[in-house]
Write a protein that binds this ligand. Structure first.
Ligand code: DGY
Length: 334
């Protein structure tokens, strides 16, 4: 008798080689839309599947979704963050949750630096100035920004991406301080990093780069009090998750020029509408969650997410399992 192939739902036409890999191993049902699948359709689509490959930016796997998908055994996220998944519930139900770390680290760190430099040197404002035909000649006070070389960078959350940002900063001869739950003495040594409390980091840094995961502890981490601690010349860069920063407090700080500027890859809410007050500010650069959007990174993420799903459903431990407890829970099932 032919072995039954697992049935999976895939929420986007993810880049190659995701679909060829998945289709060779599994029965794939695919959302072909150019906008995210509507929630009610998603809940219907996952009702009879044993695995899903989804974007952590568009599909939420909460209790409602897991109750709708009672056969679910593997959730494979295209992306590193797992804040779209109710992890304790998935673990309690023995559902494997997988992600794609490593392969997007350098690409995302490049992007952090792109935002940092662009805000420091007011590049979007400057480009608009030329496009709007306002350029009449050189002027000594035209679009003067902040200097990056030799400045102090504060990194909040020193995981793989934070570390990759620090390596870039070393090339700019920056003093690098970091605030993180766990101290990393080896990186302090090799990259010359200084550990700090969050408050001291905010007081001292010329550039504050958020790279921490969104958790109950980091939600709203940067609010009015924290922004007030920053220097008036400081720049905030968020490549982590929008809800880590209080958007109203950020708007007020930028509007009153209590900080110099902000570069946001992620926002709260996402997607952000064009009517959002933050978009009225020249000192706020906002791009639509494209930190990992390098062609190579996206292909590597696609391959890894597909491999995670295929392995998990075949009873092999996926290369990137976020909740190993779920694997240990039900050895008999594999
Ligand atoms: C990630 O990998 O978590 C990125 O933010 C893309 O969603």
């Amino acid at each position: 008798m032919a072995e039954q192939r697992g049935r999976v739902f895939v929420s986007w036409r993810f880049p190659d080689p995701a679909l060829p890999l998945l289709e060779a191993a599994l029965d794939v049902r695919l959302w072909r839309g150019d906008t995210p699948i509507p929630r009610d359709e998603f809940l219907r689509e996952i009702a009879d599947v044993s695995g899903v490959m989804v974007s952590n930016a568009t599909e939420t796997l909460d209790r409602e979704a897991m109750d709708a998908a009672l056969n679910l055994r593997v959730i494979s996220n295209f992306g590193v963050g797992v804040d779209n998944v109710d992890l304790p519930l998935a673990t309690a139900r023995g559902i494997l949750v997988c992600n794609t770390p490593g392969v997007l680290v350098e690409t995302t760190a490049d992007h952090a630096f792109a935002l940092l430099l662009a805000v420091a040197r007011r590049l979007t404002e400057a480009e608009r100035y030329v496009r709007e035909d306002r350029w009449r000649g050189w002027h000594p006070h035209l679009l003067v920004g902040q200097e990056v070389y030799g400045a102090t960078l504060g990194i909040v959350g020193l995981g793989a991406i934070g570390t990759a940002v620090a390596r870039r900063a070393a090339g700019f001869n920056m003093r690098i301080i970091y605030a993180s739950r766990t101290r990393k003495p080896d990186l302090e040594q090799t990259l010359g990093l200084e550990w700090s409390s969050l408050d001291d980091l905010l007081r001292q840094a010329d550039f504050v780069c958020l790279t921490t995961a969104l958790t109950a502890e980091t939600r709203g981490l940067i609010g009015r009090r924290e922004l007030d601690l920053m220097q008036p010349t400081a720049v905030l860069v968020n490549i982590a998750r929008g809800p880590i920063v209080d958007p109203q407090a950020l708007y007020d700080a930028l509007k009153a020029q209590r900080i110099f500027g902000a570069g946001l890859d992620v926002t709260d809410p996402e997607p952000m509408r064009a009517s959002d007050p933050l978009l009225t500010l020249d000192n706020c650069l906002i791009v639509p969650h494209i930190g990992s959007a390098g062609g190579g990174a996206r292909a590597r993420m696609a391959e890894l997410a597909a491999t995670n799903l295929i392995n998990g459903l075949a009873g092999r431990r996926p290369p990137h399992l976020v909740n190993p407890e779920a694997w240990d829970r039900e050895p008999g099932r594999r």
